[in-house]
Design a protein around this ligand. Structure first.
Ligand SMILES: Nc1nc2c(c(=O)[nH]1)N[C@H]1C(S)=C(S)[C@@H](COP(=O)(O)OP(=O)(O)OC[C@H]3O[C@@H](n4cnc5c(=O)[nH]c(N)nc54)[C@H](O)[C@@H]3O)O[C@H]1N2
Ligand SMILES: Nc1nc2c(c(=O)[nH]1)N[C@H]1C(S)=C(S)[C@@H](COP(=O)(O)OP(=O)(O)OC[C@H]3O[C@@H](n4cnc5c(=O)[nH]c(N)nc54)[C@H](O)[C@@H]3O)O[C@H]1N2
Ligand code: SF4
Ligand SMILES: [Mo]
Length: 735
């Protein structure tokens, strides 16, 4: 479907408001559970059933507007394929079991694995829990089980941004806020497709652009909707971000568009950075990126001569070459020009999932709560004392999901608990992933059945989801918001929070988790957050509702929250605060500038695999579609896998619109329909990763993008490089 037609359909749906004809008898205050824009909404409930949603007109993020996913979110709740009963595997099949039997077996297997040591246990979860659930799970994994193997799908998503922020500023945390987008002279959209992925932010950008004439620069190999309306589209070759960013800095320095006073007072590392940047004049960067030297110069001048700039970035950075390093280079641009901590200026990572940021804040995966560093003995001691556990139990060297897969292969990891993520679609190099999921003793905790990962489960636990539990979500601008329970979960599905409490009780650690509700867990976390960079101690559930969310740090009941960080030019690099690696802590509170050399990607097109494979998303679907394929209004717009290719390539190969083609990489093959579009450049392909191999009633599809992807990770953040791979295309008959 071409972009214009898709937009027409989407606005038709939006105008019809996604609501049913039912008139709710109650409106429950909540936050959207899809993307990290974090729109405020109300869930309409009638006779105990969700029947509609409505945007919250007073919510500062979205002023009442919702995108098509949000509008239909109520439809994900009462679907017939909601998982309602626990199951255990018997004679090769999952069969319904009592909660007692399923959890009893789970804890028995956990205890057996623990005999070989805590490293035999792995937990791989999500960016879609409540903040309180991440806190409880982190406490269970680190404070009770003591396993270093705790990671979440945010590794696939925001890990590079986290590590980039830490390297530049000392701790994690997006420095800017959405209001900066309203004020900026220039918005630099770098490796992000906000019109489809963060639609309400995009609406906001377009509105303020119409008022203020905001200039837009887009750096993306594809001609996305943002690129189509931008003042400048830098259609760089995939994988060449570093060369472009270095060259932008080269021009800024050459043209005296940097801020020497800011650099002198607030940064370190300028000289080392300069040594690298010197070798990236625009003419050289042009060769690497495929852009013209004039375009690079022009973009740098636009950046440098403007009063204020926000750089928005997402997976075109985090999942591309030198991912965490690229984040530091984006930060360099803002530090060198002093465009940080002031209204309208910031580097701003767009977070993916609704609560992925919460996970980072409370130490739901590798780091410790409050942006504490597990490698720092003082930080470990603080957390151990607070929890009342021996400090030796708290792991100092957390492992990531890709390492966990290696440990399943060697037999070291025996028990894996997967929750709120669907790795049998979303992890790279599926052939290997599925073999390993099959090998390990696997517990899957999800809200739908069937789903792809449950095919490999030994125990399945049904969970409650968004709308069925009360708790908080932090969005991309550090705004913590509250969502209240609107309806009961189906059957025996329980909130993940309650499942964690139950498992802890069965492991004999119930008293550490004896919170009557999530609100008390939030209060416990708040105490641990005190005096940390992400201090939330001044928040309460009531305040969050009354004030439309609050941005951390917020350290007292009358603290209005903090829209932007680093307004005084002091960063979190001092050793006692930093989440950073020891070697670049500094007591002065200076940010660090980094020099990064461009590297050739580990796989580039060649004769055998001549296409660049770019994987990503479309507006109608969310990730592996477990929610959105169950909303007919969304699924009808994109119900099966497809690949976008350039008309010239299609013509050269005799491929016609809608024809099924086979894509093959060094890892595997899939068959999907060809969509012929000039939004992708010649020699490139764009493949949405939403589609799995198991659809209701269709078990023999082979359309998951991750059969093809490379399981190579960014060396700093360990984030898989989903945007870099090569493949070939064949007509099916010619395979
Ligand atoms: N509708 C919908 N919305 C979503 C989601 C969803 O699944 N569906 N998921 C949410 C989540 S978890 C996330 S993480 C976000 C992701 O949001 P985005 O990051 O915006 O989405 P992607 O499609 O993964 O990739 C963004 C862009 O990166 C470009 N790109 C690829 N390689 C390169 C490169 O080397 N350099 C540059 N500069 N650009 C490159 C791609 O062409 C693509 O347009 O969306 C969130 N919002
Ligand atoms: N090739 C390629 N692969 C990618 C990407 C890419 O761009 N290209 N992007 C990556 C990124 S950024 C991300 S974020 C991942 C996303 O991929 P996944 O992590 O697999 O994301 P989802 O499909 O949203 O899976 C979430 C699961 O949790 C369930 N769920 C929802 N709410 C709850 C809850 O409250 N409790 C429990 N227990 N379960 C719940 C849903 O039913 C669903 O099965 O994919 C990554 N994979
Ligand atoms: S923009 Fe994101 S948060 Fe807002 S309604 Fe759409 S999916 Fe939900
Ligand atoms: Mo993501």
């Amino acid at each position: 479907m071409d972009n214009t037609l898709r937009q027409t359909i989407q606005s038709f749906i939006a105008e019809n408001n996604g609501s049913s004809k039912e008139v709710p008898d109650e409106w429950v205050y909540s936050t959207c559970g899809y993307c990290a824009v974090g729109c405020g909404l109300y869930i309409g409930v009638k006779d105990g059933q969700a029947v509609t949603v409505q945007g919250n007109p007073h919510y500062p993020v979205n002023q009442g507007n919702l995108c098509i996913k949000g509008l239909y979110e109520w439809k994900v709740l009462h679907h017939p394929q909601r998982a309602k009963a626990p199951m255990v595997r018997q004679d090769g099949k999952l069969v319904v079991a009592s909660r007692e039997d399923a959890l009893g077996l789970m804890v028995q297997k956990l205890s057996q694995a623990l005999v070989s040591g805590p490293s035999a246990i792995g937990i791989y979860h999500t960016g879609q829990f409540l903040l309180e659930e991440y806190y409880a799970l982190g406490k269970l994994a680190k404070g009770v089980l003591g396993t270093p193997n705790l990671d979440s799908n945010t590794r696939l998503c925001m890990s590079a941004a986290v590590h980039g922020y830490i390297r530049s500023f000392g701790t994690d945390g997006p420095p800017g806020c959405y209001a900066d987008l309203d004020l900026a002279d220039v918005i630099f959209v770098f490796g992000s497709n906000p019109a489809e992925m963060h639609p309400q932010l995009w609406r906001r950008i377009m509105y303020h652009r119409s008022q203020n004439g905001t200039k837009l620069i887009v750096a993306d190999p594809r001609s996305t909707l943002a690129a189509e309306v931008a003042d400048m589209h830098l259609a760089l070759r995939p994988g060449t971000n570093v060369a472009l960013l270095n060259s932008l800095v080269y021009v800024l320095i050459e043209e005296n568009l940097i801020d020497p006073a800011f650099i002198e007072t607030h940064t370190t590392g300028y000289e080392e950075m300069l040594r690298v940047v010197h070798s990236y004049p625009p003419e050289k960067a042009a060769e690497i990126t495929g852009l013209s030297a004039e375009a690079i110069r022009e973009a740098a001048l636009l950046f440098g001569r403007s009063r204020s700039v926000v750089t928005l970035f997402c997976q075109g950075v985090n999942q591309s070459m030198a991912a965490a390093d690229t984040v530091t280079l984006i930060n360099n641009l803002h530090l060198l020009t002093g465009k940080i901590g002031t209204p309208g200026s910031a580097p701003l990572s767009l977070t993916g999932q609704a609560s992925a940021m919460s996970n980072r804040e409370v130490g739901g995966s590798g780091f410790l709560p409050g942006f504490r560093n597990p490698a720092n003995p003082v930080h470990r001691q603080e957390v151990a004392d607070f929890w009342g556990v021996p400090v030796e139990r708290i792991p100092s060297q957390p492992r990531d999901i890709m390492q966990m897969l290696d440990m399943i292969e060697t037999g070291e990891l025996k028990f894996l608990w997967v929750m709120g993520t669907n790795p049998a679609v979303s992890l790279p190099n599926q052939e290997r992933v599925r073999k390993l999921l099959d090998k390990v003793f696997l517990v899957v905790q999800d809200v739908y059945y069937p789903m792809e990962t449950a095919v490999y489960a030994d125990i399945f636990l049904p969970a409650a989801q968004w709308g069925e539990k009360t708790g908080t979500y932090t969005n991309s601008e550090r705004r913590v918001s509250i969502g209240y329970k609107a309806v009961e979960p189906p059957g025996e599905a329980k909130a993940d929070f309650e499942i964690f409490q139950d498992v802890a009780r069965r492991l004999g650690a119930g008293e550490m988790f004896a919170w009557p509700s999530t609100e008390e867990a939030f209060a416990e976390w708040q105490r641990l957050s005190q005096d940390r960079p992400n201090d939330m101690s001044g928040m309460t559930y009531r305040r969050l509702e009354r004030e439309g969310g609050l941005q951390w740090p917020c350290s007292s009941p009358d603290d209005p929250g903090t829209p932007r960080l680093y307004t005084d030019g002091r960063f979190n690099t001092a050793a006692e605060t930093a989440q950073a690696y020891g070697q670049f802590n500094n007591e002065s509170g200076c940010a660090k500038l980094w020099g990064v050399e461009y590297q050739i990607p580990p796989e580039t097109p060649d004769e055998e695999y001549p296409f660049w494979l770019n994987t990503g998303r479309i507006i109608e679907h969310y990730h592996t579609r477990t929610k959105t394929k169950r909303v007919p209004e969304l699924d009808v717009l994109a119900g099966e896998g497809f690949v976008e290719m350039n008309p010239a390539d299609a013509e050269a190969m005799g491929i016609t619109e809608g024809e099924k083609v086979r894509l093959t990489s060094r890892r595997g093959w899939i068959e999907v329909k060809a969509m012929i579009k000039n939004t992708v450049a010649r020699g490139q392909l764009f493949l949405p990763f939403h589609f799995g191999d198991l659809d209701p009633g269709e078990e023999h599809l082979k359309q998951a993008a991750n059969h093809l992807t490379l399981d190579w990770v960014d060396p700093i953040s360990k984030q898989p490089i989903f945007k870099v791979a090569s493949c070939r295309v064949n007509k099916i008959r010619g395979v």
